[in-house]
Design a protein around this ligand. Structure first.
Ligand code: SAM
Length: 270
């Protein structure tokens, strides 16, 4: 990012890397500072296909949104949105269902600064942005913007894509997910992808150390632990799998062979 095109970012701490900006660098975006680039380059050194894994993670989100809209659900609550990267969730949902509604939530000021890009949707649909923390699910659930945009009496797809690994066990992410799902109507969906060392233990352990040494807390969880987030809900086929193996749709064999770093799955609330 250059000085001239940088949006006004009052609260951004440029001295400490942020998960949103490291991820943006890995995805080829332009919203990052030298500290983010240094951390990201060290992650790339440890896990050279991390940019493909990040794309695979986005593609999983796109496929999950397409499957969910095809099943008739057109409301989405996306927590841990990230810096806008096209296509954003509302663009995928509204391409299938122009009346789809999306409430985005993130706690990084740089995402807030770019929120306008998330608010441009179809005339029939609606999007909103809530500046809030996943650790405070009650605050998200009581936010007026949420209720102005989504009808909680009808099914909603809760999207927690590449975000739960930023919550430590002490922060009780299982309670966080249960609190959010308890507030949603039957027929709602839960979409999760989550970093793991299961799929490439040695390199991912180094990559996660880089994050932590840079001041970004990340916790790997194994397949059983990720599956635990879906407890009480019906996990859709093919279950909790590597992100690129979740209902692949036309990807090349080479793409499907790539080393990825996330478990992914989708469940439906009965
Ligand atoms: C790796 S990015 C994932 C972005 C997007 N979901 C995707 O998968 O492409 C993680 C995002 O989660 C956000 N995040 C991390 N911890 C959070 C928290 N406690 N509350 C809300 N957002 C959080 C970060 O600011 C960042 O934008």
């Amino acid at each position: 990012m250059t000085e001239t095109d940088r949006p006004a970012l009052p609260k951004v701490n440029q001295a400490v890397p942020s998960s949103a900006r490291i991820y943006d660098y890995v995805l080829g975006g332009k919203d990052h500072y030298p500290v983010d680039r240094d951390a990201a380059e060290k992650v790339i050194e440890a896990f050279p296909t991390v940019h493909v894994a990040a794309r695979q993670n986005r593609n999983f989100m796109h496929r999950a949104v397409n499957e969910i809209t095809a099943m008739g659900v057109t409301q989405f609550l996306d927590i841990g949105t990230g810096i806008p990267t096209e296509p954003n969730l509302h663009q995928v949902a509204q391409a299938a269902r122009p009346d789809a509604r999306v409430a985005y939530v993130d706690n990084d000021p740089i995402v807030l600064a770019h929120a306008r890009a998330l608010l441009v949707g179809t005339a029939e649909g609606r999007t909103t942005y809530i500046d809030a923390d996943l650790n405070a699910p009650e605050a998200i659930l009581s936010a007026p913007q949420l209720h102005e945009t989504l009808d909680l009496d009808r099914p909603i797809a809760l999207s927690l894509v590449a975000v739960l690994h930023f919550l430590s066990d002490e922060q009780d992410p299982y309670r966080v997910v249960a609190t959010l799902m308890d507030a949603l109507a039957p027929g709602s969906f839960l979409v999760i992808s989550h970093i793991t060392t299961d799929l490439d233990p040695e390199n991912m352990a180094i990559a996660l150390d880089v994050y932590r040494q840079s001041g970004v807390f990340v916790q790997s969880r194994n397949r059983d632990e990720v599956t635990g987030f879906f407890t009480g809900h019906e996990i859709l086929e093919p279950g909790v799998v590597a992100s690129n193996q979740w209902r692949p749709a036309g990807e090349s064999p080479a793409w499907l062979d790539t080393q990825v770093n996330c478990w992914a799955g989708v469940a439906r609330k009965q």
